[in-house]
Design a protein around this ligand. Structure first.
Ligand code: ARG
Length: 588
């Protein structure tokens, strides 16, 4: 369905033209004085100079032409030249009824759906998943779902960090501990065991031990680097160990991401890109894109008009090793071959911005990716603790994601069990859902690029701008609907009538914005705009709820219309939290 703001702009364009002014002045925005009006147009001010007229005169001319508009019930020209508008109640109701009929709740999905890849998560295999990876998972999952809501075909790719030095460290440590294993016997020609030589628990201990040791022990570090080199060059035994590391860690990662309600379509990683590197490098050298600089192979990516220096994208070190950029370019070769995406969105720490600028430019310049393919980087800020420093455990260690989730769930469980009379089992499930909303909403409500403070007390509160508050509101609506049904009411065939009072109209005006919010959130990759929207909508609903007798309304028609509006608001809120990546329980 066409967005309200566009319908109004069309109507205003006509009025500007009829009054003899240029229709491009007819831009409409939400009112920034909700006490005076609902929508406004500032075009009269913008046009004053060109027409050598006082803005208020232009505003008056336009307002006169709108007196019998289909959409506008009240229009005022206000000094110095605002055009203030309120929407017709009947028309608002009919728009909302159309939304209810529409499978997409009024969102105009893409006419030509695009093929998108969202590259997010990016955990490093065998290293414990820590809070730094939380943001990528949460934001990426939401961006993926928003894009799907807009009708695009979207693949989420976890892009595992599975090919680096950490693998060499683990292999080296394992060899120290169990030198008798066949992986380390160079003369061994048989099949390697199917059983992994470690559990996830052991693996999680091996990596930090090895990493710490390599920092002190130069010979050990050399050994780990050499093991990495051998692995990357196809060493048979090390490849078998690598496969075990992958199997054990990926199973654990899957469990962790499932708990976060994060789902990847592709479990590819840096390792999958390796086979594309040799040919790619050959071509880049042959076609003159890459040249040797100080022993390393690089692609220049500086462009005219750059205000600062953009260093070349390095694709091979002097010792022949490839780098982060090489892998990302080779991954693009593979994605181009397999999916021909129209757009790829990368979600990573904003400190990686320069890396992505280099990779994107190199990919375009060398034709790895066609000119029209959009490569976009969404960088996120740091999740800090209350002390304003990167989030840590109470004793100052790196917070593991699992522990963080467990802590929040426990906090939620206490509140839910304290509060209500729900069974322990239901309280447990509810605590999971509400806890996840606390974490995800707490994160997504901030603009991605900003650092934010992870405040457990605030995020788990049922009041204020929090996930639990949004869920509480949805649960409240569900409970009214359940009671309505229990008293014999049917939820079928209901219609929304014109608003009865101010708070009902205010709620309706929030509901109207849904399609615009989703579209904007997609265009700007801005889940925080959905959070801001549902917070406003939840507030509008709660105000309406407190000021209106819904179930005890005597006029049957009015009551039915309230219920129809509640059904719509519930659908909107549920659709929004779904794209944010969490869901509401039945009760809380
Ligand atoms: N593994 C990387 C990290 O932990 C993130 C990967 C981001 N995606 C990419 N295609 N480079 O920082």
């Amino acid at each position: 369905m066409k967005k309200i703001i566009d319908l109004l702009a069309d109507e205003l364009a006509e009025a500007f033209e009829n009054a003899g002014y240029d229709k491009s002045l007819a831009r409409v925005t939400l009112s920034n004085r909700p006490d005076l009006c609902e929508y406004q147009c500032n075009g009269a001010m913008a046009g004053a100079k060109a027409y050598k007229k006082a803005p208020i005169m232009i505003a008056n001319d336009v307002a006169r032409g709108l007196s019998d508009s289909r959409y506008i019930e009240d229009v005022q020209a206000v000094n110095p030249g605002f055009i203030n508008m309120k929407l017709r109640r009947e028309w608002v109701a009919s728009y909302l009824n159309d939304m209810r009929e529409d499978a997409d709740l009024g969102v105009e999905t893409a006419k030509a759906p695009q093929m998108l890849i969202v590259d997010y998560g990016g955990p490093n295999v065998a290293k414990p998943l820590h809070v730094g990876h939380l943001r990528s998972a949460i934001i990426g999952e939401s961006v993926k779902r928003i894009a799907r809501k807009m009708g695009h075909r979207v693949l989420g790719d976890i892009h595992l960090g599975d090919w680096g030095y950490q693998m060499g460290l683990i292999i080296t440590e394992l060899r120290e501990r169990k030198p008798e294993l066949p992986y380390f016997d160079e003369s061994y020609g048989g099949e390697y065991p199917a059983e992994p030589p470690f559990t996830i628990g052991e693996l999680e201990e091996i990596y930090p031990t090895a990493s710490a040791r390599a920092k002190e022990d130069e010979a050990y570090r050399e050994a780990a680097l050499h093991a990495t080199y051998l692995l990357q060059n196809g060493h048979r035994g090390y490849t078998a160990v690598w496969r075990h590391i992958m199997n054990v860690s990926v199973a654990d990662l899957k469990k962790n991401y499932r708990n976060l309600n994060v789902e990847f379509d592709l479990w590819k990683g840096e390792a999958d890109a390796q086979e594309f590197i040799p040919d790619m490098i050959e071509r880049l050298k042959d076609e003159g894109y890459a040249h040797i600089d100080d022993g390393a192979l690089v692609i220049d990516v500086q462009e005219d008009g750059d205000t600062k220096e953009i260093p070349p994208c390095m694709i091979q070190k002097s010792d022949g090793a490839s780098l982060y950029g090489t892998t990302d370019l080779a991954t693009l070769v593979q994605r181009e071959r397999d999916y021909k995406p129209d757009k790829i969105i990368y979600i990573a720490d904003k400190r990686q911005e320069l890396h992505f600028v280099q990779v994107f430019r190199a990919a375009k310049k060398t034709g790895i990716v066609p000119e029209e393919t959009k490569l976009q980087f969404l960088g996120f800020g740091t999740m800090n603790g209350k002390d304003g420093r990167p989030f840590k455990t109470r004793d100052g260690g790196v917070m593991r994601l699992e522990d963080l989730i467990a802590e929040i769930e426990e906090e939620m469980y206490k509140k839910i069990a304290d509060n209500r009379t729900v069974e322990a089992e239901e309280a447990g499930k509810t605590a999971k859902l509400v806890g996840l909303s606390a974490i995800k909403y707490g994160d997504l409500t901030n603009q991605a690029s900003k650092d934010y403070i992870f405040d457990v007390d605030r995020f788990t509160s049922f009041e204020g701008n929090t996930g639990p508050y949004i869920l509480y509101t949805i649960v409240r609506i569900k409970s009214i609907l359940t009671k309505y049904k229990a008293s014999g009411g049917s939820l079928a065939g209901l219609k929304i009538n014109s608003a009865e009072n101010e708070s009902e109209k205010a709620l309706m005006l929030e509901a109207l914005k849904y399609n615009e919010v989703i579209e904007t959130a997609y265009e700007e990759l801005a889940p925080h705009k959905i959070c801001a929207y549902i917070y406003d909508a939840a507030n509008a609903f709660n105000r309406f709820y407190h000021e209106t007798k819904i179930l005890s309304e005597e006029n049957e028609e009015t009551k039915k219309s309230y219920i129809a509006l509640l059904l719509l608001v519930k659908e909107i809120l549920e659709s929004c939290i779904d794209v944010l990546g969490f869901e509401a329980p039945e009760r809380m």
